[in-house]
Ligand binder design. Sequence first.
Ligand code: MLT
Length: 273
Amino acid sequence: MKKHVNGTELFVQDQGQGTPVILLHGFPLDHRMWQSQMETLSANYRVLAPDFRGMGQSDLPVTPMSLTQYAQDILALMDELRIEKATLGGFSMGGYVAFALLRLAPERFSALILANTRPEPDGQEGRKNRLNMAVSLYDKGAAAARDAMLPKLVTEATHLEQPQLIDSLKVIMDSMPAEGLVHASIAMAFRADSVDLLPTISVPTLVIAGEQDAIAPPDVMKSMADQIPGANFHVIPSASHLTPMEKPEAFNELVLAFLKEASLKSMDYRSPS
Ligand code: MLT
């Protein structure tokens, strides 16, 4: 469904009942990357997977975007859906938005899942690549992002063994509005450094890496997890960047165990002594 918030129309898939779990997608993707999590987790939780402004079915931005603005959209969506507090999950770009959300409104989140993401901003080279990507998106359309990203999202073995997964990924990426991806590339190029935020995170946190992820390598993710008090860190074997789609069973198992433990912890917290 679409919701009118912050002067724009945002799409959100909202399924299941119970404690809300908000899942934020990566680039150049949309809520469809969470299909397996949506099916599995919605048996016990209310799972919400929005499309960022300008991506998937959400309307295009009319002014430049920042990660803070994507985060403000999510907060406005939570207000509109009357969700006071949720578990927050962010994959890659979704992780950058999760950091922005924790900076803006940490009191709105009771647990955190960070998958294949990193807290540091881009260096000079990375920023240059993003701006070149923005130019290619104008020239070639969404195919520019698809061609650059597809080889990095899953392992070579998965490319060979799971042609249907590759086809569904192409369908998602080819349907992305190029202009929305330009906004996202520029926003990511100028994102804030979130390293200082890590020691201030005070909710149960699960960090998931892919063994062969070159975009957010396991050692970078391990050092991120080490800086978040009490965070659980897991590496999914034989997986590259897109762990929720490439290894959905392993991913969902980690998330379900974490959500169960996080809810027990919050019950302990609430029970009178
Ligand atoms: C993503 O998967 O969202 C992107 O790899 C993020 C990035 O390019 O930094």
